[in-house]
Design a protein around this ligand. Structure first.
Ligand code: ADP
Ligand code: MG
Length: 701
């Protein structure tokens, strides 16, 4: 593409000028011709259809009328001042309203002249009007421009108010297309265009703005999606392959006696097939001589911990140190307590290190770590701060990675001469295609199978009014020997109020479940570590039947005897958080339940969240819904990466295409990773031309 012309600031386009350019830049982040060209309509409307005013009741969205303005007057004063008109055709009259009025606007509207009007009906307590209608003089030109697929561009209220309506925007695009008609160049090699029967690039871009038919439009969109996915995937995969070539890792030549001993003698259950497959994948990476960067995905409760532990055993068996970093102290201690017996038998020195470890203890740990006496260190962020140094860290495992920022993750990288192998584990499933696009330069393993005997968790959504029934239910579960969690939201902004909710809740449960028959634990962020540990331990040992807590137990906590999860103010949690919390139950052989307690008032979105939770247990489906509700920019740890660089592709509905293009890219790169083949020279050129500083792949390390 001819970059010179495309980099021209939009103020040089006819109809823009400095003021509009500034406005458009502020509102839409469009600053040059290229940005404008790639601002595609987000939907299309049929402008060949005209309505009658008498039909207004039957029309729900946009309306197009032909008629005359009979009256125009300013009403109200000050900031309430607005312009009101009446628009009539042969069948009736409707009111028009402009909430900002000025001389220019009033003068531009002529009475008793025939207009084509386009707008949206507003219904205010039965009185219908059309706010800020688009008006065009009824003439041949304006009529002929109307097509059945008329693009509607993304806009903002401010743009509309200041006169940059969709009609104006459409005209700007038309100007632009005339101006750069010959500057849109192909960027995919001919062999790909031919093989996948793609529309050429120039035609596709023009067509998306001004489609002549819906079949042509879908071909154009297909082509643009193809290109978008292609270049995203080629960057990510290229990076992945080159990294493997360039970044050496410690080769762990053997599986080692620790792993073998554990697998043969200590492992209490059979691994699921998915766990076996994933361990094989990790084992292969660790032996390859290249540094491993692997993302392990698996739904809550799918058994990732044991995979992590066994991977650490490989590292230790090869004479290296390993560490596991967890997002909470509770989780660090849980892992530690689970592994310490095994470690004892296997002659492995395992220790913990967290923020609240005592200074003297910290010092001791750090020294023996440096001397190489500690084989396995489990801890929180403390692992990457405070000058923690390993003698020879061979494998770093990050549990529940979505709780860590990218920067924290990459810190672990720089602990050694050679970077350690990295295994990132996440329990919040990311839809496959999103993972491919966000973490596309990491290798991925998926545990897509739950350990045998797991039962569906019944999820019930109810309001506070039904509390009595809930108490009865809970008493019955406790009678059967089971335990329950009660979780309260704790969100920074209103910490005090939240804390009060938590304490009130604790008191009210204490009344309903009186001592000594019942025991209740409480855990929250304000407690010191020892008290937290103590309370958790009482619950783990089934000395208390109910654990009231904040979301400190959100991730990882594993107590199979707990069968009831009660989430208070559930509307305040996001979907993935709810799924995580629910994942604390249903971890054993007993039937489990999750109660989502909300008030009566709910936003539309929180209703959808509750429904989704009630309808499914499947983390992957929930992740897709979450993606749909919040957009990819907000999903797990991608916040730092800014916008996803995808304009036309939909990560959910375009899964098939993404997989297809990914395959193609894999094939191309497997033969020609540096894109030196003459057939691929166009790809190389495009990559070089489009290096954008802030694209997502730069942030993932
Ligand atoms: P998560 O993937 O959420 O981290 P965990 O690793 O905590 O899940 O495992 C959940 C529970 O399942 C643990 O109690 C663990 O001991 C148990 N578990 C893991 N793998 C298996 C298996 N193959 N068979 C039976 N139980 C298993
Ligand atoms: Mg876990």
């Amino acid at each position: 593409m001819n970059n010179d012309i495309l980099n021209t600031p939009i103020e040089f386009l006819k109809g823009v000028g400095p003021n509009r350019a500034k406005l458009i830049k502020e509102e839409l982040k469009i600053s040059n011709f290229k940005d404008l060209l790639f601002q595609f309509p987000y939907r299309y409307i049929d402008k060949t259809k005209y309505h009658k005013i008498s039909e207004i009741d039957t029309i729900s969205s946009e309306i197009q009328l032909i008629g005359e303005i009979k009256e125009l007057k300013e009403v109200g004063i000050g900031s309430k001042k607005r312009l009101v008109g009446s628009f009539s055709d042969k069948t009736g009259t409707i009111q028009l309203v402009w909430f900002k009025t000025n001389k220019w606007l009033i003068e531009s509207i002529k009475l008793n002249k025939t207009y084509i009007l386009f707008g949206k009906i507003n219904d205010f307590k039965g009185t219908k009007s059309i706010p800020h209608p688009e008006l065009e003089v009824y003439n041949k030109d304006n009529l002929s421009r109307r097509t059945s697929l008329f693009g509607v561009y993304p806009s903002t209220e401010n743009l509309n108010k200041k006169g940059v309506t969709n009609r104006v925007f459409t005209k700007l695009i038309e100007e632009l297309l005339i101006k750069i008609n010959n500057d849109i160049e192909e960027n995919l090699p001919k062999y790909i265009i031919d093989k996948y029967k793609l529309m050429d690039r120039r035609k596709s871009i023009i067509c998306v703005h001004k489609p002549r038919s819906s079949s042509e439009l879908s071909l154009a969109i297909y082509r643009l999606k193809f290109e978008e996915i292609f270049y995203l995937q080629i960057r990510l995969l290229k990076k992945n392959i080159l990294r493997k070539e360039r970044i050496k890792g410690y080769p762990f030549s053997k599986i080692g006696d620790k792993f073998e001993n554990f697998y043969d003698n200590q492992l209490k259950f059979d691994l699921t097939n998915a766990q076996k497959r994933v361990i094989k994948e990790i084992r292969k990476d660790l032996g390859s001589g290249a540094q491993m960067n692997r993302l392990l995905q698996g739904d809550v409760g799918s058994g990732k911990t044991i995979v992590a532990f066994m991977s650490a055993l490989i590292a230790i068996g090869n004479g290296f140190q390993a560490c596991i970093m967890t997002p909470t102290e509770i989780l660090s201690y849980q892992h530690y307590n689970k592994f310490k017996e095994f470690c004892n038998i296997l002659n492995i020195n395992v220790k913990t290190l967290t923020g609240s470890s005592k200074a003297s203890y910290k010092k001791e740990i750090k020294e023996s770590l440096k001397r190489g006496e500690i084989d396995l260190l489990i801890g929180t962020h403390a692992l990457i701060y405070d000058n923690v140094e390993f003698k020879n860290l061979g494998l770093a495992i990050i549990d529940e990675q979505h709780k860590f920022g990218v920067a924290q993750r990459s810190k672990l990288w720089h602990k050694n001469k050679l970077p350690p192998h990295i295994l990132i584990m996440t329990a919040t499933p990311i839809p496959r295609t999103l993972a491919m696009s966000v973490y596309g330069d990491l290798d991925m393993s998926v545990i897509d199978e739950l350990p045998p005997g797991r039962k569906y968790i019944n999820t019930i959504h109810q309001t506070h009014n039904q509390r009595l029934k809930l108490i009865d239910f809970l008493k019955n579960e406790i009678k059967k020997g089971r335990q329950a969690y009660v979780v309260y939201p704790l969100i920074k902004e209103s910490e005090k109020l939240d804390f009060k909710d938590l304490m009130d809740g604790y008191e009210s449960f204490s009344r309903d479940f009186p001592m000594p028959k019942y025991q209740i634990s409480i855990v929250h962020g304000k407690m010191n570590n020892e008290d937290k540990e103590y309370e958790m331990q009482r619950f783990i040992e089934n000395k208390t039947q109910i654990l009231v807590s904040t979301t400190v137990i959100e991730v990882g906590v594993d107590i199979p005897n707990a069968t009831v999860m009660i989430i208070e103010s559930a509307e305040r949690f996001g979907l993935s958080q709810l799924h995580q919390l629910r994942g604390r139950v249903g971890r054993g052989q007993h039937k489990s339940y999750c109660f989502l307690i909300t008030g009566h008032k709910k936003t539309k979105e929180s209703k959808i969240r509750m429904e989704t939770m009630v309808n499914t247990n499947d983390g992957f489906i929930i992740a897709e819904k979450d993606l749909e509700l919040r957009g990819p920019g907000n999903i797990m740890g991608t916040q730092q990466s800014g916008e996803m660089p995808l304009r036309v592709t939909n990560l959910i509905s375009d899964t098939k295409l993404i997989l297809k293009v990914r395959k193609l890219v894999e094939k191309i790169l497997s033969k020609d990773v540096n894109l030196e083949n003459i057939n691929n020279s166009l790809i190389l050129k495009t990559l070089r031309n489009n290096i954008q500083k802030k694209d997502i792949w730069e942030y993932i390390s």
